[in-house]
Design a protein. Structure first.
Length: 527
């Protein structure tokens, strides 16, 4: 924990030095100034937890220093040192909000006791205010209906934060793991054209997110080396930017501003005041996110069950209809019905196999039979199966498989299944007269297999989600393409079980490229 910062203002060098040395023995960080005018300038650029000032000084006396400082830092505590302990002085000091005053001459024991008491009093005051606001927020949050939880909760959290430290405007930005950006989710008192998303490390919010430490900014951003190229918003007098941290995870950033005509600047006092509040609301935000994920998961499950029902019933209906017509048909019709039966039995078998594979993956019962295999020939077998399918849809199918043997240690049937899944998706999402390209390359330690098409593409926000269980870009039963949407989930699990990786590169409207990386057999790595 950073020690409290104390400023001593006294034109008597001996008093100033003695007091400072005593405070340093108690691990306080102490700065010394010999006049009120310079002290006022110091307070405009530095942050302190306490100011100890003499009453009688040149240029600006102690009471004037306190009055002018309080106009900027309303919560900054003061202790007044004086040899002129009149009742009039005491009344003026109390009216200005001075915590206590010490009459010269005083003992060091008396001095350090007063300072410690002042620091502890203000800590307790801040914690009490924060606890009070947090309790009020807790009651408020529990009165919000669950279906409105995210938007309304975040708005209430920001409102309470502004109240707690007298902010005029602010925002909450949450980290989106899918886009890898901080996204604005709610704001108060800001212009509509404000920045709505930033990358980690970018601007103030991104910087605070990366550093995992709160930051107070007073005045122009150009005063801070890390922000010297960022244009300041002229209406902002002072800002606090605070990372929302739970455990080791940073989930977002809260920004609170004081804007003109306010003249008050934030200090560590406000930062300490809001610290407990932020730690609580971060947990609330995480609970909101988890609740939202559960709702989405339930929705995906419902869509998945509806799709399973639809996908199984469709071929079953065709099979039952074909069987009923079979006995009453001539040979030519029977030949057509046989082809129809075969096609739909294969379709049902594929669906059931996918469901069983998915079930085995989820329960940890997936069995792999690893052995050293020459990958080239097995990929060619899959390719040969798909050539007629691409041709029937008039899709140009380019294949690049090297003649140089590539050996991997794998359950080759499962690897073939993964490649088949990627080719099947490429056929589904590439229009007639399109193009699909399969490429196999050997790097130093890995074999890289890619399937690239010029089809409809996938929005960047969907890139991570498409590998999730139950997820389909269009999960509705009325979607254009059939299937359970388990292919990529199963493929990812199989590849990772082979110590490999799979990823997608795609833009909506510009096609997709799925890439699999698998480790080469150890013997071949050493070749």
């Amino acid at each position: 924990m950073v020690s409290e910062r104390i400023l001593i203002v006294d034109d008597d060098l001996q008093v100033r030095y003695t007091c400072a040395q005593m405070l340093r023995k108690y691990n306080y960080h102490v700065d010394e100034i010999d006049n009120g005018f310079d002290a006022l300038n110091k307070l405009r650029t530095e942050q302190y937890n306490l100011v100890i000032t003499d009453l009688k000084m040149n240029k600006v006396d102690g009471l004037e220093l306190i009055k002018k400082s309080k106009e900027i830092f309303s919560d900054l505590p003061f202790i007044l040192i004086t040899a002129y302990g009149t009742m009039d002085t005491a009344i003026q000091a109390l009216r200005l909000g001075v915590y206590d005053f010490i009459i010269k001459p005083f003992t060091m024991d008396e001095f350090i006791t007063t300072v410690n008491r002042c620091i502890e009093f203000h800590k307790l005051k801040q914690e009490t205010l924060s606890l009070k606001e947090t309790a009020a927020l807790y009651e408020l949050l529990h009165s919000v209906e669950k279906h409105k939880i995210e938007k309304e909760v975040l708005q209430k959290i920001l409102e309470k934060a502004l109240e707690l430290i007298s902010g005029n405007s602010g925002s909450i930005m949450l980290f989106n793991e899918d886009t890898n950006k901080l996204e604005l989710v709610t704001h108060i008192g800001l212009k509509e054209q404000i920045t709505r998303e930033v990358s980690p490390g970018e601007r103030v919010s991104g910087y605070v997110f990366n550093q995992r430490e709160p930051m107070i900014i007073n005045g122009e951003l150009t005063n801070y080396p890390q922000f010297k190229y960022i244009e300041s918003r002229p209406e902002i007098v002072s800002s606090i930017s605070i990372p929302l941290i739970s455990g080791n995870k940073v989930v977002g950033v809260m920004n609170i501003n004081r804007i003109k005509p306010s003249a008050y600047k934030f200090t560590d006092i406000e930062l300490n005041k809001i610290h407990f509040f932020i730690s609580y609301v971060t947990n609330v935000i995480i609970q909101c996110q988890l609740y939202k994920k559960l709702i989405n998961l339930d929705k995906l499950k419902s869509e998945f069950i509806a799709n399973v029902n639809h996908e199984l019933k469709t071929p079953l209906m065709v099979i039952l209809g074909a069987i009923k017509l079979y006995d009453e048909s001539n040979d030519a019709e029977r030949e057509k019905l046989y082809v129809l039966l075969k096609k739909n039995v294969e379709r049902m078998n594929l669906l059931i196999t996918e469901l069983l594979d998915y079930s085995n993956i989820e329960t940890g019962k997936m069995v792999y039979k690893f052995k050293r295999v020459k990958l080239n020939n097995y990929i060619k077998k899959v390719v040969n199966e798909y050539k007629p399918k691409f041709a029937s849809k008039k899709i140009e199918f380019k294949i690049h498989i090297p003649d140089t043997p590539i050996f991997i240690n794998a359950d080759i049937k499962r690897i073939q299944q993964c490649i088949s899944n990627l080719l099947s998706n490429a056929i589904k999402f590439t229009k007639e007269n399109g193009k699909v390209e399969l490429t196999v390359e050997k790097s130093q330690d890995n074999v890289i297999i890619s399937v690239e098409d010029n089809g409809k593409g996938i929005h960047k926000s969907e890139h991570n989600k498409i590998f999730d269980r139950f997820y389909q870009v269009d999960g509705s039963p009325t979607r254009e393409h059939s299937g359970l949407g388990l292919g990529l989930t199963i493929t990812k699990s199989i590849i990772e079980s082979h110590n490999g990786k799979i990823w997608v590169e795609s833009d909506l409207g510009h096609g997709s490229k799925f890439t699999i990386s698998l480790p080469l057999d150890k013997a071949q790595k050493g070749e």
